[in-house]
Design a protein around this ligand. Structure first.
Ligand SMILES: [Zn+2]
Length: 402
């Protein structure tokens, strides 16, 4: 860990975290209000942070008292963060500032089933290339790897992931650490989307449900500014709840009738390919499938409509259970057409309790492709500067930007 950032005490972390949550740059007055700490303490802490070059001078702004005030900002050269967000078919990589804003990013397409070493080697090569293109970003402080699978919260291990058989038992932390010299945080993909959406798009949401509909289908939950993982790490895994619409489709998890077995991208690709006449070319991924829908391919559209009903039913059940104020839909399938969001809305209003749907905001993400990789940067930012609830809970804690 970087010398300037190691050994930050609790008060210093609170100030640095407040500056991040205020957008990476803030006046003393804003920091005082955000932390609730006395002005004299803020002054003392900022002097120390200046000396250690964790913060630097920011822009000069006019203040209400007439005297201009100088903002303080996080020092961009103190170090950077990295994030690898592995999708069923597309993997995204980003470097970020300490405040979790994205510095540079790239992606590549590779089926997750090729296995962990191929995917991670390629992702690490992307990170190294981005680092070369960004001289002056300082050292790598923390990295988060998001995976489309159930992750055991305590160990970061993938548990029972039928889609990702070759990943099961693989030690992602050890592998990445050996290549980059930093032990990564490992987190479920939709959990990262949930904190990314909450932090950047819905900071005032008290109960947020984030949905990803891509190759797989799942959700992440943020309640009271805290990511809810459940007791072992699989809270929100709604893709494998049985649909209450009758279905005998066999899921990749081995059970029958899961929502994902009809509405998951993998299932829709499978359904489309098995409908082909001989000589027709099969498709490879949800990205191909979405393109067919956009080209108004009638077979693809009919499969997508049926899939979206199953997805909508599962989301409706989740809405009844946790009564969110915000439901944000992300993932490749959303781009299949306007009918996706409309069908999900219709299912939620039809099936969930009226009181649960009265004030709910159900919307598509405005920065789909970045919320997951950005959520990874946010989790890494928390690891470096977050104030833990207790020693073991650095990752869990997450404060909204307001
Ligand atoms: Zn299943």
């Amino acid at each position: 860990m970087n010398e300037a950032l190691s050994n930050l005490d609790h008060r210093e972390k609170r100030v640095v975290e407040a500056i991040r949550n205020l957008g990476g740059e803030a006046t003393r007055r804003e920091i005082t209000v955000a932390t609730g700490m006395p002005r004299t303490v803020i002054s003392e802490v900022l002097t120390e942070l200046h000396t250690r070059q964790v913060v630097t001078d920011g822009a000069v702004v006019a203040s209400s008292g007439g005297r201009p005030a100088r903002k303080v900002k996080l020092n961009e050269r103190v170090g950077h963060l990295a994030s690898i967000f592995v999708g069923g078919f597309r993997t995204r990589v980003a470097l970020g500032h300490l405040d979790a804003t994205i510095l540079s990013e790239s992606y590549f397409d590779m089926d997750v089933n090729v296995g962990p070493t191929k995917i991670l080697d390629r992702a690490i090569a992307h990170i190294k290339r981005l680092q070369k293109q960004t001289p002056g970003a300082g050292e790598l402080l923390s990295i988060t790897v998001g995976l489309p699978a159930p992750i055991e919260a305590k160990t970061g291990a993938i548990v029972a992931a039928p889609l990702m058989g070759s990943w099961e038992g693989f030690d992602t932390k050890k592998y990445v650490s050996a290549k980059l010299g930093v032990t990564p945080l490992v987190e479920n993909d939709v959990n990262l989307i949930a904190i990314g959406e909450h932090h950047w798009s819905f900071p005032n949401s008290e109960v947020l449900l984030a949905i990803k509909i891509g190759t797989g289908f799942g959700s992440g939950i943020v309640i009271g500014n805290k990511l809810i993982r459940g007791s072992s790490g699989v809270a929100g895994d709604i893709g494998h709840m049985p649909t209450t619409t009758p279905s005998d489709a066999v899921c990749r998890c081995g059970r029958i009738g899961c929502a994902e077995a009809t509405g998951g991208g993998w299932a829709m690709v499978q359904a489309y390919n098995s409908s082909l006449a001989s000589g027709e070319k099969p498709i490879e991924s949800i990205i191909d499938f979405v393109e067919l829908c956009r080209d108004k391919n009638s077979r693809a559209l009919s499969i997508a409509r049926e899939g979206t009903v199953a997805i909508g039913a599962a989301i409706a059940d989740a809405v009844s259970l946790i009564n969110p104020d915000t439901v944000v839909i992300t993932g490749a399938t959303r781009n299949a057409g306007d009918f996706v969001l409309a069908t999900i809305r219709e299912m939620v209003y039809k099936r969930a309790a009226p009181l649960a749907t009265r004030d709910v905001v159900l919307t598509g993400s405005s920065f789909d492709h970045q919320s997951g990789v950005g959520g990874g940067l946010l989790m890494s930012s928390n690891q470096v500067i977050g104030t833990p609830i207790d020693e073991d809970e650095v990752q869990n804690f997450y404060l909204a930007r307001t």
